[in-house]
Design a binder for this molecule. Structure first.
Ligand SMILES: Cc1ncc(COP(=O)(O)O)c(C=O)c1O
Length: 342
C-alpha cells in the first residue's frame, strides 16, 4: 500500500498501539474513565509533567482545544492566536460557538506568535466596550511545522503573566516538537509557563485520543462537566487510556516522532537537490512547505498524494509520519526530478 505525504492523519495505527487496544479488549470493565487503563495513562502523564496536574482525555484535537480553552475564557473574552492556528481556521467555528468569545488572529510568516505583536493587541484593558484578551494560544509544533524554542515560549509566557492572561498550547504534534528541541515535554510547557496543554496522540500513531492537561488543578475545577457538555466524554474510555499508556511507554512517542522528523529532513534533502523547488519554512518537525511549479503538481500528487497549502503561490505541504519510509522519500525525490527535467 502506497504512503502519501498528505497528513500524519493519513497514517494508520502503530502496531504497538493496536496491540494495546487488543489487550484492553478483554471482558467487562468500568466505563467513563473508571478503569485501570485510564488510571495507568494518567500516572504516565504525571510521570512526565508532575503529580500535581489534572489530566482529561478527549476524542479529537478540536475537542481538546475548544474544551481546554473553554476552561480559561468566558464569552466576553478574546483569545490571541495566529491567523494559521488550527483553532482559527480548521475548527470551523467551534471555539466561537462553544466559548462564544472572540479570536484575535495575528498574521504569521512562520507559524509563530511573537511578544511584541501580542503586546500590540492587548488594548483597552478594563474597557467594558471591548473584548478582553484572556488567553494566548500557541501551537507546538506550529501549523508550518516550525518549533518554538523554549526561550520563545518563556518570552510569550512573560507577556501572559504581565497582563494576567493564560497561556494555552495546542500540542497536537507536541512529540515532534520535543524531539526537535531535544527537550523533555515539561521543560517547554509547564516549566515555560504554559497553563493548559492539548497533548496529541492521533498524529503520532494512535487511532484516536488526545489529552487535556491542566498544570494548575484549580483551572480544571468544573472540567468534568464541561467535557460531558462538550460531548467529548468517551464511555469506553479504557481504549483511550490503553493507547496513551502504550504511547508513553518504552519511548514509543519518541521513536515515532523521531522517525517522522527524520523522514522530513531526508525529504528536505531530496527537494534541495532540485533547482525549481523553494522550501519556504524551516524544517523543524515532520512537515515541509515548498513552492513548486504549478504544472507539475497534479502528476506529483498522483505519485504520492499531498495537499496544496497556498494555491496563490503554488506552495504545497508535505507531511511525514511514523510510517513514512526512506523508499517513500526517495521515490518522491525521483519523481520530482523527472517532472522538473521533462
Ligand atoms: C495544529 C493542529 N491542532 C489540532 C489538530 C487536531 O484536529 P482534529 O480535531 O482533527 O483531531 C490538528 C489536526 O490537523 C492540527 O493540525
Amino acid at each position: 500500500m502506497k504512503h502519501t505525504f498528505a497528513s500524519d492523519n493519513y497514517a494508520g495505527v502503530h502496531p504497538e498501539i493496536m496491540e494495546a487496544l487488543h489487550l484492553a479488549n478483554q471482558g467487562h470493565i468500568g466505563s467513563y474513565g473508571a478503569d485501570e487503563y485510564t488510571e495507568k495513562a494518567i500516572i504516565k502523564f504525571k510521570d512526565y509533567f508532575g503529580d500535581d496536574i489534572e489530566v482529561y482525555f478527549a476524542y479529537n484535537g478540536t475537542g481538546a482545544n475548544v474544551l481546554g480553552l473553554s476552561a480559561l475564557a468566558q464569552s466576553y473574552h478574546a483569545i490571541i492566536c495566529t491567523d494559521l492556528a488550527h483553532i482559527n481556521v480548521d475548527e470551523s467555528t467551534a471555539p466561537e460557538k462553544f466559548i462564544g468569545c472572540k479570536l484575535i488572529s495575528i498574521p504569521t510568516k512562520d507559524g509563530k506568535l511573537y511578544p511584541a505583536e501580542i503586546e500590540d493587541r492587548i488594548q483597552r484593558v478594563d474597557d467594558q466596550h471591548h473584548p478582553q484578551v484572556k488567553v494566548i494560544s500557541i501551537s507546538q509544533s506550529t501549523e508550518f511545522a516550525t518549533v518554538y524554542s523554549t526561550s520563545e515560549i518563556e518570552a510569550i509566557s512573560k507577556v501572559a503573566k504581565k497582563h494576567n492572561l493564560f497561556l494555552h498550547m495546542d500540542g497536537s504534534r507536541i512529540s515532534n516538537a520535543s524531539v526537535s528541541l531535544q527537550e523533555e515535554f515539561r521543560r517547554f510547557t509547564r516549566d515555560a509557563g504554559v497553563d493548559v496543554l492539548s497533548f496529541g496522540g492521533t498524529k503520532n500513531g494512535m487511532m484516536f485520543g488526545e489529552a487535556i492537561l491542566f498544570f494548575d488543578p484549580k483551572l480544571a475545577a468544573d472540567f468534568k462537566y464541561r467535557r460531558k457538555q462538550g460531548m467529548q466524554l468517551h464511555s469506553k474510555m479504557r481504549f483511550i487510556g490503553a493507547q496513551f499508556d502504550a504511547l508513553l511507554s518504552n519511548d514509543l512517542w519518541k521513536k515515532n516522532a523521531e522517525h517522522a522528523n527524520r523522514m522530513a529532513k531526508l525529504l528536505e534533502k531530496e527537494i534541495r537537490k532540485v533547482n525549481n523547488a523553494e522550501i519556504t519554512q524551516s524544517v523543524d518537525a515532520n512537515g515541509i512547505f515548498v513552492k513548486l511549479p504549478a504544472h507539475i503538481i497534479p502528476e506529483l500528487q498522483q505519485e504520492q498524494f499531498f495537499y496544496i497549502w497556498n494555491d496563490r503561490i503554488s506552495e504545497v505541504r508535505l507531511m511525514c509520519s511514523f510510517d513514512t519510509t526512506e523508499d517513500d522519500v526517495k521515490r518522491f525525490g525521483r519523481k520530482l526530478q523527472a517532472l522538473l527535467q521533462a
